[in-house]
Design a protein. Sequence first.
Length: 119
Amino acid sequence: MSATFGNLRPDAGLWGAQLALAQLRERIVAGGLSAMRADPALLADVDQHAAAVRDALTEVSGRVSAVGLAAYADGVADTAASNGWQLPADLDGQEWSTPSWPLVRLLAVCVVAEAAYVL
């Protein structure tokens, strides 16, 4: 994942997690949110992915931690990369009508990260 937004080191802590999420958002959010506004099917797909991410990562407190979310995103990207996927270099020009599963999942991570309950 080092070619995308950087591997999250296990000792990175909150600051490292926030940095990794900020770098991911910087790469994905602008084009992804614009595409979601234009395509209700993509919006629904991302919403379902975001719900799955929240379900997987919600802690006892009812919140999703930035550390857990960044580690999850890192795992998604690493697993996808091991299967030959790469985060597209130019997401502004990305064709969002048929995005790959990892791209939708990472966009969903960004949507969750934007929520007020991420610590």
